[in-house]
Write a protein that binds this ligand. Sequence first.
Ligand code: FPP
Ligand code: MG
Length: 290
Amino acid sequence: MPWISDDSLTTFQKFCVNVLKCGPIPKHIAIIMDGNRRYARKKQMEKLEGHSRGFDKLSQCLKWCLELDVKEVTVYAFSIENFKRTKEEVDHLLQLAREKFTKLFQEQDKLMEYGVCIRVIGNLTLLPEDLRQLMAKAMLITKDNNKAILNVAFPYTSRDEITNSIQTIIEAVREDKISPDDVTEDLISHCLYTNLSPNPDLLIRTSGEVRLSDFLLWQTSRSQIQFAEVLWPEFGIWHLLGCIFKYQRGCMELIIEEEESEDAMSERVKEFLDELSVKRWRQLEIYATA
Ligand code: FPP
Ligand code: MG
């Protein structure tokens, strides 16, 4: 399966998508793709085959999101906690990522045509060097695309992300680039791995598990959260459209709150954030050419 499925929607599916598009569509959807191994067990297939089916579902889901004009999707593809699974499974997931990121370069033209930007969010230092290099290259070649954004969390946990943000800030305070008074919620957000993205409007977790598993804890404080009973590889377009419909009902019930205005940033904080951004892109270039 390619990163973005070639399957087209039926006329009726297109009609329903267009009806939903008359209402508010979440700009950013986050997904915890859970239930791959249970799916494999249920279908009596090799346990690890469930993850490949999971990727195929991601490919279809990205196509549906493009049809719906969802601008940004963030998926939990590998938690730092997943390193505790058996070596066989960890190796399989890393190998699957290697294969898919290698294939991504062959699909570059299509990604460019759709204007898709791929970002990997997470602690890349925990990955094998060859995979980190593939991911860095994918991010660099698609970085100027802006029609749709796919954030792949790999390997990621919120606690690691928040710790990393705070460490970045402490270093800047120590180096006298900013002062302790500059440390605000806004600054912490700007130092997260997700600093380039708006917060998700909707978070969906499949498989019936009702927990967030350390995914985007900081970013989902105001998001609508939905738990779907279906296993991830079984998630179909009607499940997604159902989630969007429920989201729209939630939006209507919501008392429109004034967006919190961001604190005005001092020049020195802006300078520090510009410098941090340059440093992070430079780091990716180093990974890409290692
Ligand atoms: C959770 O199901 C899923 C994962 C740990 C991996 C998700 C990965 C993919 C869908 C492939 C994505 C790959 C790329 C390169 C983007 P689970 O293993 O926890 O299954 P269970 O809940 O049934 O045990
Ligand atoms: Mg699970």
